[in-house]
Design a protein around this ligand. Structure first.
Ligand SMILES: Cc1cc2nc3c(=O)[nH]c(=O)nc-3n(C[C@H](O)[C@H](O)[C@H](O)COP(=O)(O)OP(=O)(O)OC[C@H]3O[C@@H](n4cnc5c(N)ncnc54)[C@H](O)[C@@H]3O)c2cc1C
Length: 490
């Protein structure tokens, strides 16, 4: 039975592992940390359970598809709750919009904000739905190895409508003029990607995914998804080795023959690197076996990293919902400080998640679980003093805008930033979500899922196709495993 080692234990890892194990491959996952899940781990402190990474559960059908592939359903492992409102955007004090879960209500809200915008939203979404469907059916599962994959007649026919060459910035402004509506449409691009001017209009499919298909929450937190995926993988025979960092990939004739992890050695037939691409190529392989040069990585534009605060407060909070965006400031300025001239933001926008609004298991009775996230440029100098400065700044802003005090009620707080991303995940420049979704880093232009120099080395995860985010990472694991299976002719 062929033996495959997978480096890392994030979503793409469990997806790849299950796909391989279902075909009879002997799969071993090596994870450097004590717990699995990668960027989606959870920790418990003072009665609070903090999800460390993802909090927006979009595109539920991709999760369901994974579980269905192996004879399960997501509901075998966790309960999904649809959030309503989906999220709230604060534009200032006493100036906020609740974004309703029902599309007709959203149309109404757009119409009230700008005359004619209700109809514009319907038109915008019809087009976004087309992009979403064609991407899901024909584009997203392509391995991105050859330009000929895009010669599929359906993709070719729809290519014009996919608007790969038009900017998201321009696209949104064709439909809406009110700055609040523009902010609602642009926020997914800003948080996960790049500046709207550099993002292809194709990504309006994210608006369809978020605003039409709904924002969901797995009760118990995102860790439940990871737990479920681990159970599926282990049920298929996958062995998970935690606290076992891979330190070296031993090659012979451009093939990996052995994996060294935590002082032990294992003979393998192939490897999937589901940890950060740059780390695997540059820290684990001998010189000369890298597919991409230093210049290549230096020239990549990364999506934002972030400064996070996990906070427990011993009182219930008013005026906020589960997901809250604080867009009270100059969005263009903050995003240029992330993407154009990387520096710490002068007046940052931020995001606050309060999962205890939907789930009483994540905080003690009468308390709230808060996750503050401020997007920043990857690669910035990170220090305790800087973190403390922004902690005071955004807590004060939060108190002012939501009209309540929390500072004296904070009973637990922990920060997480660039140095932690590097130490915990070997993340290049301390990135949080991989590469920015710019036009020259989309589809076939992402780092390849198969090494160009090592015949039995494959990659998966947010730095490969289809890109950052939990659903794309799940898909990338499946794509990578299927490419590997082709090699074994299974
Ligand atoms: C703060 C934050 C918020 C996010 N919010 C959302 C959201 O709301 N919705 C959404 O869909 N997505 C979100 N994302 C993105 C999403 O979490 C990621 O795209 C996804 O989890 C990446 O999965 P992955 O398979 O690439 O693996 P990763 O999660 O990157 O895991 C890689 C693993 O490899 C391990 N590793 C590294 N080096 C080694 C080694 N040498 N040996 C062994 N193991 C190693 C690491 O420890 C890690 O466990 C968020 C990400 C972050 C950081």
């Amino acid at each position: 039975m062929p033996k495959v080692a997978i480096i890392g234990s994030g979503f793409s890892s469990f997806s790849a592992a299950s796909t391989l194990a279902a075909k009879g491959i002997d799969v071993h996952i090596f994870e450097k940390n004590e717990t699995v899940g990668g960027r989606s781990r959870q920790f418990s402190e003072s009665g609070f359970k903090f999800d460390m990474g993802p909090s927006w559960y979009w595109m539920p059908e991709i999760f369901e598809r994974f579980f269905n592939n192996f004879g399960h359903s997501a509901s075998d492992f966790y309960e999904l709750k649809k959030l309503d409102p989906s999220f709230k955007i604060f534009f200032g004090k006493k100036d906020a919009l609740d974004i309703p879960a029902e599309f007709d209500d959203l149309v109404e809200l757009f119409e009230q904000t700008e005359r004619g915008a209700g109809d514009s939203l319907r038109r915008f979404m019809r087009e976004a739905e087309f992009k979403y469907n064609i991407s899901m059916q024909d584009l997203i599962f392509k391995p991105g190895l050859s330009i000929f994959e895009l010669m599929d007649p359906k993709i070719f026919k729809g290519a014009f409508k996919l608007q790969l060459l038009q900017s998201f910035h321009k696209h949104v402004r064709k439909y809406f003029t009110h700055p609040k509506l523009i902010a609602i449409m642009e926020f997914p691009v800003l948080f996960l990607g790049s500046i709207p001017k550099k993002t292809p209009a194709l990504y309006s499919l994210m608006n369809y995914a978020g605003l039409n298909l709904g924002t969901w929450y797995p009760m118990g937190g995102f860790v439940k998804v990871i737990d479920g995926m681990r159970q599926v993988a282990e049920g298929l025979g996958v062995k998970v080795h935690t606290s076992e960092p891979v330190t070296k990939l031993i090659t012979k004739n451009h093939n990996i023959s052995r994996v060294l992890a935590n002082g032990n050695s294992m003979d393998v037939d192939a490897v999937i690197g589901s940890a950060d691409y740059h780390h695997i190529e540059n820290s684990l392989l001998d010189n000369g076996l890298q597919s991409y040069s230093k210049d290549y990585w230096d020239s990549r534009s990364m999506s934002p990293s972030c400064l996070i605060f996990y906070i427990g407060v011993n009182k219930k909070l008013k005026n906020i919902t589960h997901h809250n965006l604080f867009f009270h400031t100059d969005i263009e300025k903050h995003s240029s400080q992330i993407h154009t001239k990387p520096e710490w933001p002068t007046d940052p926008l931020f995001y606050v998640c309060c999962p205890s609004k939907a789930d009483e298991t994540v905080a003690p009775v009468g308390s709230e679980n808060l996750f503050f996230l401020m997007p920043i440029a990857a690669g910035l100098e990170d220090s305790e003093a800087t973190r403390a400065h922004y902690f005071d700044m955004i807590i004060e802003k939060f108190e002012d805008i939501t009209e309540q005090s929390i500072k004296d009620n904070i009973i637990y707080s922990k920060s997480y930033c660039i140095n932690d991303f590097k130490n915990d995940y070997n993340a290049y420049k301390g990135n949080a979500y991989g590469l920015a979704n710019t036009i020259n880093q989309t589809a076939n232009l992402k780092p390849k899922i198969k090494s160009k120099k090592v015949d039995n080395l494959f990659f998966s995860g947010q730095l490969t196709v289809p890109g950052p985010g939990v659903p794309p990472s799940i898909i990338s694991g499946e794509i990578s495993a299927n490419e590997l299976l082709k090699q074994f002719k299974l």
